[in-house]
Design a protein around this ligand. Structure first.
Ligand code: SAH
Length: 393
């Protein structure tokens, strides 16, 4: 096995069990080919073995550490951790009312680079690191045995082209085992039914991470005029309409997403009046239009890098300011950031700025984040990417 030798003074984060080593923290030594995904032993500058991880030679995130300490990991460690992740979900009462959830949440489950979502009997797998790519075959062989055979018929691999480039691995999408799924998998979440396009849909097909927030929206929706901005397949609007909203208005720039959203509304709440707008959410919100009693503002990540935070904060404030202008007295605004660079503290400051500029005092009545099937390791705060605030005007 190759050694990744840390520069002097670069061992603190690792000793605190942080799983990421950046390129400047050390270098690979030893004979052999440092191919993408190679296993490395992480060694301090004075030769102490501190852990084991996967090498990404082309990425600034150079090593993802999966074991801390001297002891070498067993060959099948990742299979055992997947097993443990599955067992944790099986006993989780928050997941009882749905047949779709995240089965493995990367660093949050001690499996850096591996995401597995389960949509009823279909698994969608993302191998986000070179190390996990190297385990593809072993994963494909092990997965069917980890869930009762009748429960899962296939696993489909999805890939993010930019991440594959960073990791120096080819972009692969296709079956890991089983026959390819029919594109739309029908899932249930509480009283709602959704159809998930696991092959072409965004992320792995559905925003499972907003499940708890959908339940909040459903609780407050009855009798309200609801705006779902950046609606994708209309998860929020559908939950609201099904729960008895007076009307729902949906905005997104993606035509296929809106088509699915229409379908979800028709299937779950055919009588709820709806307006579906294909267009830019910023412009739609700024323009003339009706006011609302419940607004959901769930944009895509506005700050993908730290350097984008200032610009993203201005965009986020602009959105919230205009959302407040369109909010009737007593309205609720569900506002989200899905970038860990824009975390809870900054997000509150942005909301404060919007409230001040709108001349509207605002109460915070709730804080939201990803649900229990998206656990975040305390050792890895970057895993907490989703921040939500429930604001009352
Ligand atoms: N709220 C959704 C997820 C939102 S993801 C849910 O819970 O399922 C962000 C969405 O914003 C995507 O569907 C994307 O198509 C859309 N989008 C991105 N930029 C946009 C823009 N400028 N105006 C409108 N929609 C946009």
């Amino acid at each position: 096995m190759l050694d990744f030798v840390l520069e002097p003074g670069r061992d603190r984060a690792l000793r605190n069990r942080h799983p990421w080593l950046l390129s400047r923290s050390g270098e690979v030594r030893g004979a052999g080919d440092a191919a993408p995904g190679s296993s490395v032993r992480v060694v301090s500058s004075d030769g102490e073995v501190l852990g084991y991880g996967d090498l990404s030679p082309a990425s600034s995130l150079r090593v993802r550490v999966h074991h801390f300490g001297k002891e070498e990991p067993a060959e099948d460690w990742f299979v055992r951790r997947i097993e443990a992740a599955i067992a944790r979900r099986a006993g989780d009462p928050s997941l009882a009312a749905t047949d779709a959830h995240r089965l493995v949440n990367a660093e949050g489950d001690g499996l850096p680079g591996l995401v597995i979502d389960r949509y009823k009997d279909v698994l969608v797998v993302k191998l986000q690191s070179a190390g996990m790519h190297r385990r593809r075959e072993r994963l494909a062989a092990a997965l069917p045995g980890l869930l009762p055979p009748a429960e899962v018929v296939c696993a489909w691999e999805r890939a993010d082209a930019a991440a594959c480039r960073r990791e120096g691995v080819p972009v692969v999408e296709g079956p890991l085992f089983g026959d390819p799924p029919s594109a739309k998998v029908a899932i249930r979440e509480g009283a709602c039914h959704f159809e998930v396009d696991v092959i072409h849909g965004q992320k792995t097909g559905f925003y499972l991470d907003q499940r708890d927030a959908r339940a909040w929206v459903a609780k407050y929706a009855p009798g309200r005029d609801v705006l779902d901005l950046f609606c994708y397949s209309g998860g929020f609007a559908t939950a609201a309409a099904q729960a008895g909203a007076a009307s729902v208005t949906l905005v997104d720039s993606s035509a296929p997403a809106l088509e699915t959203a229409e379908h979800h509304l028709q299937a779950n709440a055919p009588d709820c009046p709806r307006t579906v707008v294909k267009g830019d959410a910023f412009e739609t919100l700024r323009g003339e239009g009706p006011d609302f009693d419940l607004l959901v503002v769930d944009p895509p990540p506005l700050a993908r890098r730290r350097s984008q935070v200032a610009k993203a904060s201005r965009a986020q404030k602009d959105l919230l300011l205009h959302a407040l202008r369109r909010a009737r007295p007593g309205a609720l605004v569900f506002a989200f950031s899905c970038s860990h660079h824009m975390g809870p503290d900054l997000f509150r400051k942005i909301a404060f700025g919007a409230s001040r500029d709108a001349g509207r005092p605002v109460q915070v009545v709730g804080s939201l984040g990803a649900p229990s099937d998206h656990p975040v390791s305390l050792d890895h705060p970057e895993g907490a990417y989703l921040t939500g605030l429930v604001l009352r005007t």
